[in-house]
Write a protein that binds this ligand. Structure first.
Ligand code: FNR
Length: 343
């Protein structure tokens, strides 16, 4: 049997285990998968500039967001129906996140109940993902259940007024039917008004929307294109991150997801101003291969890779990862053109 050394190894193994419709659902993307591919390849266009001869004997990966402490700046994005990947479904994922002390965002399209997930991982930090429906009572009921079950934030997904993501069915919350194409920022204001939980908006891809979100009082932003599953041909998330970071000016924390499969990706996103980096499909590959232990393996693997990258780049803490430690490949082209021109 092949060794499982990288997220891609887990992906390949999962592909050989899953029934084809489940594999297609998880790995699939909108349109011609241009954004899916861009999410991945855009990381490869960014180069790391390491600092040598820094004493990196002691390193710390811990991170804090909205007053919550985590063991590394990584979290699990909401993905639907984990029982497609493994019989233990969301319970296994929640337990793995609890053990690794990282945040887990439970999708509104759960294949287990919110309360069961809360019971399975009582000490884990869990956030509840939400879609807004025409009937606000549906969304409000989910918020109340999440509050009751001890969830620590609400993640409102805003990038699918119409749904390209092919939801098959939902065991607990049967809401697959009507997405609300009439949702606006007023609905976000309403959501903020009905709960004391922090509101995080997921699916911001422009500085204009980021500023709007900050203005109406959201607590954090997730730069996301839904893993390339909604509007094909939008930019990679890592491409738009710098613009959004510059506009937001630290007023709220910024999380990014999409295309992250390596420790170096996490390093690059942090260097470019993200406070945390989330992963969607990667934990599902681990879950498919080995249930809870598989999700933990994916998280440990990324933790090791990030730790190693930090050591080699001369960073002892997450805060020491700064923007002068990355450069886009286009910059090297420009520099060499200018230098060449001067000769
Ligand atoms: C998702 N995503 C998603 N997002 C969300 O807000 N609610 C949801 O229910 C789902 N469901 C879902 C199912 C599957 C199978 C995938 C792959 C993705 C999007 C998800 O939260 C995240 O934005 C992307 O998965 C991040 O990209 P990577 O890490 O998968 O490349």
């Amino acid at each position: 049997m092949d060794l499982l050394d990288t997220v891609e190894d887990y992906h390949s193994r999962a592909a050989s285990i899953l029934p084809s419709n489940a594999y297609e659902y998880i790995s699939g993307a909108a349109g011609r998968s241009q954004t899916l591919q861009l999410n991945r390849t855009s990381y490869d266009r960014i180069r790391i500039r390491p600092r040598e001869l820094v004493n990196v004997e002691r390193r710390q990966l811990s991170s804090t967001l909205l007053g919550m402490n985590f063991d590394m700046p990584v979290g699990i994005s909401p993905t639907a129906l984990h029982r497609l990947a493994h019989a233990d479904g969301e319970l296994a994922t929640a337990r793995a996140a609890e053990k690794m002390r990282i945040p887990y965002v439970l999708s509104m399209f759960v294949s287990t109940s919110i309360e069961q997930v809360a019971q399975a991982a009582p000490a884990g930090i869990k956030w509840m993902q939400l879609y807004l429906y025409k009937d606000r009572r549906i969304s409000e009921a989910v918020v109340r259940r999440a509050e009751q079950a001890g969830f620590k934030a609400v993640v409102l997904t805003i990038d699918n007024p119409v749904n390209e993501d092919k939801i098959i069915e939902s065991g607990d919350l049967n809401f697959a039917a009507d997405f609300n194409a009439s949702t606006t920022w007023t609905d976000v204001e309403w959501l903020i008004s009905i709960t004391t939980l922090p509101i995080i908006v997921k699916g911001v891809m422009t500085k204009e929307d980021a500023l709007r979100a900050v203005k109406i009082g959201v607590n954090a932003i997730i730069v996301s294109n839904h893993g390339g599953r909604q509007l094909d041909s939008v930019s990679a998330t890592i491409e738009v991150l710098p613009d959004i970071v510059a506009a937001v000016q630290g007023k709220v924390p910024i999380i990014i997801d999409g295309g992250v499969t390596k420790g170096t990706d996490i390093f690059k996103a942090l260097a470019m101003g993200a406070n945390m980096v989330f992963i969607g499909r990667a934990p599902l590959w681990g879950l498919t291969v080995n249930g809870q232990a598989g999700v933990e393996e994916i998280l440990r693997l990324l933790q090791r890779e990030l730790d190693n990258t930090m050591a080699l780049a001369g960073c002892r803490t997450v805060e020491e990862i700064t923007k002068d430690q990355v450069l886009h490949e286009a910059q090297y082209c420009l520099t060499s053109l200018v230098t060449f021109g001067q000769k």
